[in-house]
Design a protein around this ligand. Structure first.
Ligand code: GLU
Length: 481
């Protein structure tokens, strides 16, 4: 059975790149009817951020990436938080020492700092690699602090085949005797994840390509234990566009790159998931770019993952989001819009109608206040706005006439629905020898104060209601003098 995991470190917010890793990991497991595990990698105690684990869990919940095993869900391979598994790692590290693949290192911090000062790139000089068993025993008995290091082969080559990047080889002479167990007794990521992936039965390790070149060290651990290596799926880098047209690793300076920020900005989880699925993966024989999570699960195969860096395009995400918003039912839209609307709206305003006008005209919910502001209150505007070549309105006198006539008609109109209003204003055009468009143009500017609006004159009047319409047209007339 295919088993994958998402193994984030709770060090802050949920970066969109991490979410993509979680998504691909989920999809690879679920495409095969397999299992998806959440494991919290919190052994770097200094980098822990309070609340980060909750953000991880809630992000997976909101996006529908349900895990079969993990903290709070449980499973046969728990605990799923590395700090709660501390004794396990020491036991396995000791096994490696016994087998000759690891060793105790008693070097002091001062010695290591000095080494670093002398040669910053040289790394550890393997000072403790060949201590005699007696010496090691003595030091341990004396309670001298230690770390456990991996004993790398000194020559030869270590290779593995990555499912995306192909064969990766490393000269063993380039590998550092990396620390497996730290002085505080916690394992390093390098060690802990290997032990856990093995013990949790992970068949496919899915993660960012920053781990591509450290993986030879990890496969050496599998080999040392005599364990079958997992399938490696390293994902392409995620890049952001710089103002000068170049690209660099996606980071905060490119915009909102955390899932939470995107949600707060009014992006829909489904749209985010859909968009990031395409950042490094290309569906085969597909006419559409739109996928639900279920459809992604069916379509996703590892051979569709590309090794070329993927560029996160905020415009494209915005477009996707707009498409998703337009496809919401009016009820869904209203509920979501309600969460974003901060502006106080007059009680007389037809909110339902207003939202139906807005729905197809926003791309993210944070635009909603700005887009609806003119419904709430007539903005200040310049009367020049009325002049319009296309509608042949070249004199403000024409506008005055239209609005005065319109005001009379509207005062005598009781039912303020779109069709009635339209039918009421239509005869004005003929009476004044103008095009219908010209009449509607004047009225629309008078009630909205804007050149471009969601909806036409009669729709806007339906939203704001009779009293407000009369008031706005009267005020616009006074403005015209
Ligand atoms: N804790 C590591 C990270 O957040 C996980 C890498 C992996 O998936 O192996 O980058």
């Amino acid at each position: 059975m295919t088993v994958t995991r998402f193994a984030p470190s709770p060090t802050g917010y949920m970066h969109i790149g991490n979410l993509r890793t979680a998504l691909y990991s989920y999809l690879i497991a679920k495409h095969d009817g397999g299992k998806f595990i959440l494991r919290i990698e919190d052994t770097d105690r200094e980098r822990l951020v309070e609340g980060a684990t909750d953000i991880i869990k809630s992000t997976l919940k909101i996006t529908g990436l349900d895990y079969d095993e993990g903290p709070d869900v449980g499973g046969d391979h728990g605990p799923y938080v590395q700090s709660e598994r501390k004794p396990i790692y020491l036991e396995y590290a000791k096994k490696l020492v016994d087998m000759g693949y690891a060793y105790y290192c008693f070097c002091t911090k001062e010695r290591l700092e000095k080494l670093h000062e002398e040669d910053a790139t040289g790394g550890y000089d393997r000072h403790c690699r060949n201590l005699s068993p007696e010496e090691v025993r003595r030091n341990l008995d004396a309670g001298i602090p230690y770390v456990i290091r991996q004993k790398m082969p000194l020559d030869g080559v270590t290779s593995y085949t990555d499912s995306v990047f192909g064969e990766i080889s490393m000269n063993n002479s380039e590998l550092q005797d990396q620390i497996l167990i730290k002085a505080d007794g916690y394992p390093t990521y390098n060690f802990a994840h290997v032990i856990d992936d093995y013990l949790m039965g992970v068949t496919h390790v899915v993660r960012g390509s920053e781990y591509l070149t450290s993986t030879p060290k990890y496969v050496l651990l599998y080999d040392a234990f005599g364990w079958e290596r997992p399938v490696y799926v390293h994902l392409p880098l995620l890049m952001g566009k710089n103002p000068d047209g170049s690209v660099s690793k996606l980071s905060k300076r490119h915009g909102a790159v955390s899932f939470q920020d995107l949600l707060n900005d009014g992006y829909l989880p489904e749209a985010i998931v859909n968009y990031i699925a395409l950042l490094g993966w290309c569906p085969k024989n597909s006419e559409t770019e739109f996928f639900t999570l279920k459809e992604l699960t069916d379509a996703f195969t590892i051979d569709g993952v590309s090794k070329s860096p993927a560029v996160f395009d905020f415009e494209k995400l915005l477009w996707f989001n707009g498409e998703y918003i337009h496809r919401l039912t009016d009820e869904e839209f209203e509920t979501l819009a309600g969460r974003f609307m901060k502006a106080e709206l007059p009680a007389t305003l037809n909110r339902k109608k207003m939202l139906s006008l807005i729905k197809t005209r926003i791309s993210k919910f944070s635009e909603i206040d700005e887009r609806t502001a003119f419904f709430a209150a007539l903005p200040d505007y310049d009367t020049e706005l009325f002049l319009n070549k296309k509608n042949k309105i070249t004199e403000l006198d024409t506008v005055r006439t239209v609005l005065t006539e319109a005001l009379n008609v509207l005062r005598n109109t009781d039912s303020f629905d779109n069709d009635t209003l339209y039918a009421a204003l239509l005869p004005l055009a003929e009476k004044l020898g103008l095009k219908t468009g010209a009449v509607m143009w004047c009225v629309r500017i008078a009630v909205s104060g804007m050149a471009a609006t969601p909806g036409g004159a009669t729709e806007i009047m339906e939203v704001i209601g009779k009293n407000e319409t009369i008031d706005r047209i009267s005020r616009s007339l006074s403005k015209l003098g």
